[in-house]
Design a protein around this ligand. Structure first.
Ligand SMILES: Cc1ncc(COP(=O)(O)O)c(C=O)c1O
Length: 491
């Protein structure tokens, strides 16, 4: 220790704001002064009595602060001589920001760069018509789910609040298997179910677990950006496979990349075009996966909403070879804010998915899973679905008629879609759908451009128009605004 110098009371911010414990404020002021060099190593601190008088505090307050500083190594008390600032290194520079190469982005790993490039962006709140994929949140029985969740939680043995099974709450996995067997013709045991934080986590896990960087993955084009991003983040080489009225073209996929490792597909209701994958294509796709050892990632995001005939069975249910990973979500059935979804994987993959889910977050929150298990078991979810199916069909009809009246033959609407939560308004060839989206936004209407979901040029642009979450009056008003917005854009 250097030669001791005695100082008067150092300059510190005093008195502290009301309500802040004084010994704590004194401790923090001195620690800061020592760290920034205002109090140099070896400096002798005034006697506690001097401190107490100068700061108008009790000696006990000063002693408490000094004890804490001594315990943490900021100062040293030398028997009979007093208290001194400890010898702490002064040249380690706490201030300033971390050096970054000029003009470059954050110095991330190559994996980090892939992840950072695939931000899905923020969703503006509250949603305005025609935001896509938003269910009728005002009809969602939130209080019912809340009371089931509270009930499940309060009757739960304390041991169930231990770290959970990362694959999901057992009762929910069981109820999901029952529901998916009944409603989606999925064939699985509960141990094949992994409860995830929305389908986005399922897509991420599948891409990370099944793809090496550079592996080819077929992606529907146009297709869901959330899935594309998950595949890109895994370093996949994206193969853009066209979609037509029968869904993904398996023939073109096979011609482009016969040995791809994985295919992402929305067979029940292609996003965004709304096509249904025909039975012939389903069988072709399953045969391709079986012969080439490929994986099929089936995203069944809004299949519950089918307005013509019964919901179409999932592809997973007719897969005999264990090539399909089925992804479902509570986001459309109930509410996206729940952030819960489910993955049904082939038996051989279940341990790997369970392990990866445990690494990501050790499993999803137990009380909500328990509440959902009760909602499913009591039939509440399916009753809600039945009501929503009727409501969305009605809203689809309202929107379709409004659009038909507003735009007539200038657009191609096709017949009202057989299912889902959105319609596509195909614009005349040559009309820029992204310009139309911007113009609509200026008029307070949210639509999305089909081309924003496509990687290759499209023969014509289109607007994706969501209806499920909006009342008849909102749909009418937004259609009128959209018509006004597009008036100067027609070719
Ligand atoms: C094709 C598709 N898959 C999945 C989802 C749902 O994602 P999540 O379950 O992560 O909310 C959406 C939502 O918009 C979607 O459009």
């Amino acid at each position: 220790m250097k030669q001791a110098k005695s100082v008067p009371i150092p300059a510190i911010a005093w008195p502290p704001p009301p309500g802040r414990p004084r010994h704590r404020a004194l401790y923090q002021n001195l620690a800061e002064a020592i760290l920034n060099g205002a109090l140099a190593p070896g400096t002798q601190l005034p006697a506690t009595r001097t401190w107490a008088q100068a700061l108008r505090v009790s000696r006990g307050t000063v002693l408490a602060a000094l004890e804490q500083l001594t315990a943490e190594g900021y100062v040293r008390a030398l028997q009979g001589s007093g208290t001194f600032v400890a010898d702490i290194p002064q040249d380690l520079g706490r201030s300033g920001t971390r050096a970054m190469p000029a003009g470059s982005a954050a110095p991330l790993s190559s994996r980090g760069r892939l992840l950072a490039r695939t931000d899905l962006g923020e969703v503006e709140q509250p949603a305005r018509p025609f935001e896509v994929g938003i269910p009728a949140l005002d009809r969602f029985a939130a209080t019912r789910l809340a009371s089931l969740t509270t009930g499940a939680w309060s009757s739960m043995p304390a041991s169930e609040l231990q770290y959970p099974d990362p694959a999901g709450y057992p009762a929910l996995r069981l109820e999901l298997v029952r529901y998916l067997t009944r409603a989606r013709a999925v064939r699985a045991d509960a141990d094949q179910v992994i409860v995830v934080s929305g389908s986005q986590q399922a897509l991420y896990l599948a891409a990370q677990l099944l793809l090496d960087p550079g592996d080819e993955a077929w992606m529907e084009d146009p297709g869901y950006v959330g899935a594309l991003s998950a595949l890109q983040a895994a370093g996949a080489d994206i193969v853009n496979v066209p979609v037509d009225g029968e869904g993904l073209s398996v023939r073109e996929g096979t011609a482009l990349a016969p040995d791809a490792r994985l295919v992402y597909v929305t067979p029940s209701h292609q996003y965004p075009t709304g096509a249904t994958l025909s039975l012939a294509r389903r069988l072709e796709l399953l045969a391709w996966a079986r012969q080439r050892n490929g994986w099929i990632l089936e995203d069944d995001y809004d299949s519950e909403f089918r307005y013509i005939g019964a919901p179409l069975p999932a592809l997973q249910g007719i897969d005999e070879a264990g090539t399909v990973l089925y992804v479902g979500t509570f986001s459309k059935i109930l509410a996206p804010g729940l952030r819960l979804g489910y993955l049904v994987v082939p038996k051989a993959l279940a341990p790997a998915f369970r392990a990866a889910k445990s690494l990501l977050d050790r499993g999803s929150a137990v009380p909500l899973q328990a509440g959902l298990a009760r909602l499913l078991a009591g039939g509440g979810m399916e009753r809600h679905l039945l009501r929503m199916r009727r409501l969305y069909q009605h809203r689809r009809d309202v929107l379709w008629s409004e659009l038909r009246e507003a735009f007539g033959d200038r657009v191609n609407l096709g017949p009202p879609s057989a299912g889902g939560m959105h319609l596509v308004v195909w614009l005349p060839p040559g009309m820029d759908d992204q310009a139309a989206v911007r113009r609509a936004y200026e008029h307070g209407v949210w639509v999305r451009a089909v081309s924003a979901n496509a990687r290759r040029p499209l023969p014509r642009g289109g607007l994706i128009v969501g209806y499920a979450g909006f009342s008849d009056a909102e749909l009418r008003e937004a259609t009128a605004k959209l018509e006004e917005a597009l008036r100067t854009l027609w070719p």
